[in-house]
Design a protein around this ligand. Structure first.
Ligand SMILES: Nc1ncnc2c1ncn2[C@@H]1O[C@H](COP(=O)(O)OP(=O)(O)OP(=O)(O)O)[C@@H](O)[C@H]1O
Ligand SMILES: [Mg+2]
Length: 318
């Protein structure tokens, strides 16, 4: 399964600073993250809310600057690629699929306008209708079904398909899909992720699939990285990581995450802020307070340990 590398994320860090100079709070949204995505590979980033998944995606898409570290696309630094003429190529080859298809499309414009516009913007002006038809066919739709309609005339699942079709117009190599199924009815989720599988198998497209949903992640991914508080705590084949998790957090995630105590809700914001500054200072394992196996040495920086064909950030295996 080890193919040529398409995208490499190297020592990526993103620190956000919020508040005034008097009460400054720093958040390590992404903390020394490393992973790679191969050609025609589906790679999943999973982890609870706030673990840094979207921040990683935004940096890859060039919407955010990293604090440090870099992203190599086909071996070249994307911050360099974004500067010169390669920018247009990058915009074509790396396409985003967003969470909410209803936000992707303006409700007052026909969906077909968007498709036509994308075709024009990317200079694919020859026989635009045919290009659109074939992209729509890939997602199980036709130009006739779509062309006269407004976004509200489609279901969430259909609209997400159309937004995927739109991203396919440029013949992308990599789709960055941040929670693409979370707004879609559970019954239709599989059909969307199946599309990714199809695109991978038939057209060699790679996908960075970001999700909370481990069931679809297990079904479509080749490899998976589990994020916790900005760090990858476990990374490897989806089979190994999800069927036989080694990191205590992955084990917990598989058992599903407990809800926070609703009675304490009103103090939540204040608590999170202190926690974040505290966490910023933390050198050791971020999972320590919730970990049933914690040890004294977990307060020290934790190495990535190779265990049974995957990497685990945990002292249990050293
Ligand atoms: N623009 C910003 N300014 C300040 N903090 C931010 C900003 N964007 C994200 N964060 C913080 O960075 C951390 C990671 O956020 P991110 O959105 O990447 O998480 P996520 O894993 O995508 O979560 P979710 O599953 O809820 O989408 C969170 O603590 C978040 O509050
Ligand atoms: Mg997110």
């Amino acid at each position: 399964m080890k193919q040529e590398i398409l995208l490499r994320v190297e020592n990526l860090n993103k620190v956000f600073t919020i508040g005034s100079i008097f009460s400054r709070v720093r958040i390590r949204a992404v903390n020394n993250v490393n992973f790679e995505i191969g050609n025609s590979e589906i790679f999943t980033l999973a982890g609870e809310s706030g673990s840094g998944k979207t921040t990683v995606a935004k940096i890859i898409l060039g919407f955010l600057e990293p604090t440090s570290g870099k992203i190599l696309y086909k071996g070249k630094d994307i911050s360099e690629l974004q500067k010169d003429r390669a920018k247009d190529l990058l915009r074509k080859e790396v396409q985003a699929v967003f969470q909410n298809p209803f936000e992707t499309f303006n409700p007052l414009r026909r969906v077909s306008n968007y498709l036509m516009e994308t075709v024009k913007n990317f200079g694919i002006s020859e026989r635009p209708e045919e290009v659109i038809e074939s992209a729509l066919n890939l997602v199980g739709l036709t130009w006739n079904e779509v062309k006269d309609k407004y976004p509200s005339e489609f279901s969430g699942g259909q609209l997400q398909r159309i937004s995927i079709a739109r991203s396919l117009l440029t013949n992308p190599t990599l789709l960055v899909a941040d929670e693409p199924v979370s707004m879609v009815d559970a019954s239709l989720r599989m059909s969307i992720v199946n599309l990714f599988k199809d695109l991978k198998e038939k057209r060699g497209v790679s996908v960075l699939y970001i999700t909370h949903d481990l069931a679809t992640a297990y079904y479509v991914s080749d490899r998976i990285a589990i994020m916790f508080r900005g760090e990858i705590v476990e990374i490897g084949s989806v089979e190994k990581v999800l069927m036989d998790p080694k990191h205590p957090y992955t084990m917990l995630l598989k058992e599903s995450i407990p809800e926070p105590d609703p009675k304490k809700k009103w103090t939540k914001d204040i608590k999170i802020l202190t926690l974040e500054e505290e966490e910023y200072q933390m050198k050791g394992c971020k999972f320590i307070s919730r970990c049933p196996y914690r040890m004294e040495k977990c307060k020290n920086p934790v190495p990535d340990v190779e265990v049974d064909d995957r990497l685990v950030k945990c002292y249990l295996y050293t």
